[in-house]
Design a protein around this ligand. Structure first.
Ligand SMILES: Cc1ncc(COP(=O)(O)O)c(C=O)c1O
Length: 344
């Protein structure tokens, strides 16, 4: 339960990979990639889409395409782009990264955004891009609503900025909110989604935007070594993922709620969120229990959860975890906690 990225391709995906029609995608000749890109562009309500190797690559290509070296971009202080992408926007994009605090729902306040955008002055870099994340990973899988995204877009566009949405888990947000994913992307200039997280495909992400944007993005993908030749074998699994794995995300959300409810009844564990929005559950341990021993105890009990930067712990539900697995996980976590409590 460390992450939904550990999910394996389903039998239907493996079959589609085996049977995929392929060509050289750098020449635009892979029919399966072309089909996936057309399908995703339409699904997200954008003119065009581009298959990339990963969410990290989509995020970097979006920055490269929307900005020039020396520009400034705004991201949340808990953004994946800031924490877990090796500083690529700064290192390779040459942009200044400015942060605004994320609230516990993954939102940035409109006042903060408005205040932080630079006005023209000879001393300042030009602020050209604002990035949102939906669902928000470090904020516990919370979903940004269409109304909120629209408000941010209105403000950013009025101040001359483009808006990029890191939608690695946008379908989790769409399913949780009961809206189509294209509604969440309606007013942003570009959006990326991932195939290899809750949708269980082995590889891939798609960056979507206007035709011009994607044409430039395609060149940046090539520059980064992301021109993948017979990528139809990846796209084939992606098509199956989008057709078969989106609606079932509701099951992962219900398992996450079941997990959270169980965890909240275990002495020594506190949830960090009031509500479980999607498939991520974050929790802390009481200070009298040792986090190192708890983590080791879980590993020995065969329960893998995420733990970074001193906490909180993170458990993610996905299609390889059933509701009876949740009961088993809860029993094992409760046993580890009991052992630690008896030792204190
Ligand atoms: C919100 C978000 N964006 C981007 C990424 C990066 O995706 P990838 O691991 O495919 O590079 C992740 C990965 O977990 C993520 O959670």
């Amino acid at each position: 339960m460390r992450s939904d990225t550990i999910t394996h391709p389903t039998p239907a995906m493996r079959k589609a990979i085996f049977e995929a029609e392929v060509g050289d995608d750098v020449y635009g000749e892979d029919p399966t990639v072309n089909r996936l890109e057309a399908m995703v562009g339409e699904m997200m309500g954008k003119e065009a889409a581009l298959l990339t190797t990963s969410g990290t690559q989509s995020n970097l290509i979006a920055v490269l395409t929307h900005t020039k070296r020396g520009d400034e971009i705004i991201v949340g202080d808990q953004a994946h782009m800031l924490w877990y992408e090796v500083g690529s926007a700064a290192a390779l994009g040459g942009v200044v990264i400015r942060t605004v605090p994320n609230d516990s729902y993954g939102r940035l306040s409109l006042d903060d955004i408005n205040r932080i955008i630079r006005y023209e002055d000879i001393h300042y870099p030009k602020t050209t891009l604002l990035c949102l994340e939906n669902t928000h990973n470090r904020c516990g899988g919370t979903a940004l609503t269409p109304d909120y995204i629209d408000e941010v877009c209105d403000l950013a566009h009025t101040r001359g900025l483009k808006v990029y949405l890191d939608g690695a888990r946008i379908f989790n947000a769409a399913v949780a909110l009961g809206v189509p994913a294209c509604r969440l992307a309606q007013n942003v200039d570009s959006v990326a989604l991932c195939l290899s997280k809750g949708l269980s495909a082995p590889v891939g992400s798609l960056l979507c935007g206007s035709k011009d944007f994607i044409e430039q993005a395609r060149k940046f993908r090539k520059m980064l070594g992301g021109g993948m030749r017979q990528a139809g074998i990846i796209a084939a699994a992606g098509i199956v993922a989008l057709k078969t794995m989106v609606d079932r995300l509701a099951e992962d959300h219900s398992n996450a709620r079941r997990l959270a409810e169980g965890l909240s009844n275990i002495e020594g564990i506190t949830l960090t969120q009031d509500e479980i929005g999607t498939n991520i559950v974050m929790f802390n341990l009481s200070p009298e229990l040792s986090t190192a021993e708890f983590f080791e105890g879980l590993e020995r009990a065969g329960v893998k959860v995420g733990f970074r930067d001193g906490g909180p712990f993170r458990a993610v539900t996905h299609c390889m975890v059933s509701s009876s697995d949740i009961d088993e996980v809860l029993a094992r976590i409760e046993a580890v906690c009991r052992r630690l409590r008896h030792r204190t």
